[in-house]
Design a protein around this ligand. Structure first.
Ligand code: GDP
Length: 331
C-alpha cells in the first residue's frame, strides 16, 4: 500500500523512501522531494513538511551563498564559473533560484534551461530552475525549503540566485550566510545599488566583466569602497569589493576566499549559529504573517463586510483604524 504509515516515524512508505533517497544523495529523490515542496496541494504540503522534518538533522552544516544582480550583469556566467571552480576542489554544488518574475506572470527570468550548461552537465552539480507561479507562501518559501533538502542530499555549497529587484534580495539575504551583490561598471551611474539601499545587505561586492573595461571597473570599485566606508557600522564585517571576470574565471578564487573569510569571521564570533537561528525564527514569523493574511482574505465574514468598510474609509465616514479593527474582529 503506497501511503501506509511506517510505524513510529509517522512517514508513509513513499515518503520514507524519499527521505532515504535524499540521504543517499539520489538526484531523483531530491528532485521529487523539491517537487513535493513546490506543490500547492494541501496534502502535498503536509507530506513535504513531514519529509523536511525528517531531513532537518542532516541540514545546516553547509555553506549558503546568496547571489544577486540585475539581469545581464553575468549571474549565470559567474555561478557557472564558481560552481566549476568548487567542483574542481572536490565539492558538490547546488544552485537554486528565487525569481520574482515567476510569481507575477508565470514567466521567468531565471528559469531558462540553457543557462549554466557546463555546470548542469556535471554529476556534482544540481541546478533547479525557478518554481512555478502561485505557490502558497511565495517563491522564496520553496527555495528556502529546497535549500534544506539540497543540504540533506550532501551538497557542500548551496548557491541561491536572484534577480536584483527589491524584495527578493531581502528574502535571499535572509536565508543565506553570505550575500553577494554582483554588479558591473557602467562608467557613471555606479552607485545605483547604494541608492536602492541594497548595499547594506551585501557581505561581498563583486564587479564582474572586469575584462571589458579595467579603468571603469577600478573607478567603480573606488566609488563603492568610499560609499561603504561612509555606511559602515564599525563593529561589522567590512564588505570587500572585488573585481572578477566570470567569462575568463579571473578573480573567482579570490572571491571564494572572501566568502570563506566572511564565514570564518561569523563562525569565530558565534554569529553564524546566531544568524541562522534568527533567520529560522524570522522565517516562522513571515510564514505566520503570510498565512494570517491569506486566512483573513479568504474568510467569509471578512469578504462580506469588506466592500462596505472600504467604501466607508474612502468616503471618510470611518477611520482606517476603526475599519481594520472591525474587520479583524470578524476572524
Ligand atoms: P545574467 O542575466 O545576470 O545571468 O547574465 P549572464 O550570465 O547571462 O550574462 C549576460 C551576458 O554577459 C552574456 O552575454 C555573458 O556572456 C556576458 N558576460 C558574463 N560575464 C562576463 C564577463 O566576465 N566578461 C564579459 N566580457 N562578458 C561577460
Amino acid at each position: 500500500m503506497k501511503h501506509a504509515m511506517t510505524a513510529g516515524c509517522g512517514l508513509s512508505d513513499e515518503d520514507a523512501a524519499l527521505v532515504a533517497g535524499v540521504r543517499a544523495r539520489r538526484v531523483r529523490a531530491l528532485a521529487r522531494t523539491i517537487t513535493l515542496i513546490e506543490s500547492s496541494r494541501a496534502d502535498h504540503q503536509a507530506r513535504a513538511q513531514q519529509v523536511l522534518k525528517a531531513l532537518l538533522p542532516e541540514t545546516g552544516q553547509r555553506v549558503r551563498v546568496g547571489i544577486s544582480g540585475a539581469p545581464g550583469v553575468g549571474k549565470s556566467t559567474f555561478i557557472e564559473a564558481l560552481g566549476l571552480y568548487l567542483i574542481g576542489q572536490g565539492q558538490r554544488v547546488a544552485v537554486l533560484a528565487v525569481d520574482p518574475s515567476s510569481s507575477v506572470n508565470g514567466g521567468s527570468i531565471l528559469g531558462d534551461k540553457t543557462r549554466m550548461e557546463r555546470l548542469s552537465m556535471t554529476p556534482h552539480a544540481y541546478i533547479r530552475p525557478s518554481p512555478a507561479a502561485g505557490s502558497p507562501g511565495g517563491v522564496a518559501a520553496h527555495t528556502r525549503e529546497a535549500m534544506l533538502v539540497c543540504e540533506a542530499a550532501g551538497f557542500d555549497v548551496v548557491i541561491i540566485e536572484t534577480v536584483g529587484v527589491g524584495q527578493s534580495e531581502t528574502a535571499v539575504a535572509a536565508m543565506t550566510d553570505t550575500f553577494v551583490l554582483l554588479q558591473q561598471a557602467h562608467g557613471g551611474d555606479d552607485l545605483q545599488a547604494i541608492k536602492k539601499g541594497i548595499v547594506e545587505l551585501a557581505d561581498v561586492m563583486v564587479f564582474n566583466k572586469a575584462d571589458l573595461d579595467r579603468n571603469a571597473t577600478r573607478l567603480a570599485m573606488g566609488q563603492m569602497q568610499n560609499a561603504l566606508r561612509l555606511l559602515r557600522n564599525s563593529s561589522h564585517w567590512a564588505a570587500p569589493v572585488l573585481a572578477v571576470s566570470a567569462a575568463s574565471g579571473e578573480g573567482i578564487d579570490a572571491f571564494w576566499d572572501a566568502v570563506l573569510q566572511h564565514r570564518k569571521r561569523l563562525a569565530a564570533s558565534g554569529q553564524l549559529t546566531e544568524k541562522r537561528r534568527k533567520q529560522a525564527v524570522d522565517w516562522m514569523w513571515t510564514l505566520i504573517d503570510m498565512r494570517l493574511q491569506k486566512r483573513f482574505h479568504n474568510h467569509g465574514a471578512v469578504q462580506a463586510a469588506l466592500p462596505e468598510q472600504i467604501a466607508a474609509v474612502a468616503a471618510g465616514c470611518t477611520t482606517p483604524a476603526a475599519a481594520a479593527a472591525f474587520l479583524l474582529d470578524k476572524l
